[in-house]
Write a protein that binds this ligand. Structure first.
Ligand code: TNX
Length: 571
């Protein structure tokens, strides 16, 4: 304790400087998301090799120590010997320590938002202290220690052997309690091992939610025992000659378990009542709530929606959500609710209200795309904001997409986008919280605008991402602040931040990684880092350097990434 008091007075001085926005650029450390407080010291580095013991203060940390040792092997080629039993701190070891909160001597900023498992967001705080003979990671919780291991893994992975880690002190905590990625496994089915790779990517950047988009027009991806046709027929929809597929309940539970081991919560989405062509193909007797001709419905995007007055449809919804709830330990299920083009508004409201009643009965909390604010939602519900200002341009009359859509449908789409700002005001008025996923920053299927450093990547760059979106440079995607980009949304309204990757153009894990990296790290920073350096003159420059430090880590892990020409990857 005495030791911390001394550190505290020293830090109080330097932290005062940081608080004025004059942050120490974390040049050599190269950590993303930028830690709240990082001070590099002049001391000698900590040397680490295959003999450095990995020790811990409490038996509950043994598994974490073993996991860390295994993860370090990919980055270093060796794993650290893990002590058989807990011990007191010893020098020259990597030491994991559960402590009281008092061990963090600086006032860390408040964490806003909602935890996906209703935990105390403060549990993610950690301290990492490195000097010539100390490598000490402390937190009040195992989860906080796990977040700290992500910083440590980056410090190690970015360096070559023999390992010398810079002397530094990090005190860190998240800005938002919910930091996620929405993964579209409907348009492109990813196997269990592939999804595990995505979870590994999230964990390295301290993200804690994998939102799985389990159903859409192009395919139903989760086994539901009460509705066998959903997987029998719905998982094999005609979809650009892509292979179909679905997760058995055992597969899904395996993913939930793998994610939990990395402090990632799976939030499953069943997209309702629209985006349900796979449901209608499975159960053709269901009534369509959208009054359009069959001809219009065969066009580019199908206009279908489940009808709240159809008992068979509501029974299906109840069966699906109940089974999913029993497989999902997290507090939330996402019910979709987006883009019900052409569905009469009263029907839409009635559908969401009925679905919310089901959610209450199965004791899960509701997340839905922002349009659900039109129904009777309230405190405890979350709306996901995706239709950011600028979206309406994509549908302007002379845009690429407008020419592909039948006029009847285009009108319904334009109407929906026009109402979008009201969704947010209404949702806030009803006490709902907001997951911030504005398409132009958070949708990782925007094509990359700048070329790659490698001419061989140009074909992939031009192929991947939806061509009707304007391109975005990785700088465009990083330069925004979740609490200021939309004047309607204040920090206190925000549940968290989510990136989304939609897979219409993606055909493999390698394609997926190409669109995820490097922008995913930037999105993780939006969710975690309290300090906004996007407006500083050096903010982007130092971010680029931190980004460049990630590429050795990705290469050793075998992850594909876009070598943006804006970054000097060689450094
Ligand atoms: C809109 S975002 C959709 C998805 C598409 C995506 C493409 C949302 C709630 N709906 O169905 O895949 O755009 O970027």
């Amino acid at each position: 304790m005495k030791k911390y008091t001394t550190i505290a007075s020293y830090i109080a001085m330097t932290f005062a400087v940081c608080a004025c926005g004059n942050l120490q650029p974390d040049k050599q450390a190269g950590i993303i998301p930028e830690p709240v407080y990082l001070q590099q010291t002049d001391g000698l580095p900590f040397s680490m090799d295959e003999k450095t013991p990995l020790s811990y203060s409490d038996i509950s940390l043994r598994e974490l120590a073993q996991q860390l040792s295994g993860e370090l092997k990919t980055q270093t080629g060796f794993s650290l010997p893990v002590d058989a039993a807990p011990s007191a701190f010893q020098t020259k070891s990597v030491y994991l320590e559960l402590t009281g909160t008092a061990a963090i001597p600086v006032a860390l900023p408040q964490t806003y938002g909602l935890s996906p498992k209703d935990a105390n967001p403060a549990d993610e705080q950690y301290a990492l202290l490195i000097s010539a003979d100390t490598l000490r990671l402390t937190s009040a919780s195992v989860e906080g220690l796990y977040r700290g291991t992500a910083s440590l893994r980056q410090l190690i992975g970015a360096r070559s052997l023999p390992l010398k880690l810079p002397a530094l002190q990090i005190y860190d905590a998240p800005r938002f309690a919910w930091r996620g990625l929405s993964l579209d496994v409907s348009r492109m089915f990813f196997t269990v091992p592939e999804v595990k790779t995505v979870i590994d990517m999230l964990a390295l950047y301290k993200m804690n939610v994998l939102h799985l988009h389990l159903s859409d027009n192009e395919g139903w991806r989760i086994q539901i025992n009460a509705c066998p046709q959903l997987t029998e027929t719905g998982s094999e929809m005609p979809n650009k000659n892509r292979k179909g597929g679905f997760y058995t309940q055992a597969d899904y539970q395996e993913l939930v378990g793998y994610a939990a081991g990395r402090f990632v919560t799976i939030v499953p989405e069943i997209d309702l009542p629209g985006h349900t062509s796979a449901v209608f193909a499975s159960y053709p007797e269901l009534k369509n709530a959208v009054p359009v001709s069959n001809e219009t419905n065969k066009a580019v995007i199908s206009m279908v929606a489940l009808d709240p007055d159809d008992d068979a449809a509501m029974l299906l919804v109840k069966n699906v959500l109940s089974e999913l709830a029993s497989l999902t330990p997290g507090s939330y299920i996402h019910i979709g609710g987006d883009e019900t083009f052409g569905m009469p508004e009263e029907k839409y409201v009635q559908f969401i209200d009925k679905t919310r009643d089901i959610m209450r009965d199965i004791r899960k909390k509701t997340v839905g795309w922002q349009e659900i604010s039109r129904a009777h939602i309230g405190a405890g519900d979350i709306i996901q904001h995706w239709i950011a200002p600028g979206m309406e341009q994509i549908l302007s009359e002379d845009s690429a997409i407008a020419s592909m859509i039948p006029p009847e449908m285009l009108k319904a789409m334009v109407d929906m986008f026009a109402k979008a700002p009201e969704d947010i005001e209404r949702g806030i008025g009803k006490q709902a919280k907001i997951i911030v996923s504005p398409a132009r920053f958070a949708y990782l299927d925007f094509p990359y605008k700048e070329p790659s450093h490698e001419p061989a990547q140009e074909a992939d760059r031009l192929r991947l991402g939806l061509s009707f979106y304007p391109g975005a440079t990785i700088e465009d995607s990083w330069k925004w602040n979740p609490a200021t980009f939309n004047p309607l949304i204040k920090e206190t309204h925000i549940a968290g931040v989510e990136a989304a990757i939609w897979c219409e153009t993606i055909e493999s894990l390698s394609d997926l990684q190409f669109l995820l990296l490097p922008r995913l790290s930037g999105m993780a920073e939006k969710g975690w880092s309290s300090q906004d350096t996007t407006q500083d003159t050096t903010g982007w420059e130092t971010y680029k350097e931190r980004l460049a430090a990630q590429s050795p880590i990705w290469e050793k892990a075998g992850w594909n990434y876009f070598k943006s020409s804006l970054v000097d990857w060689e450094k």
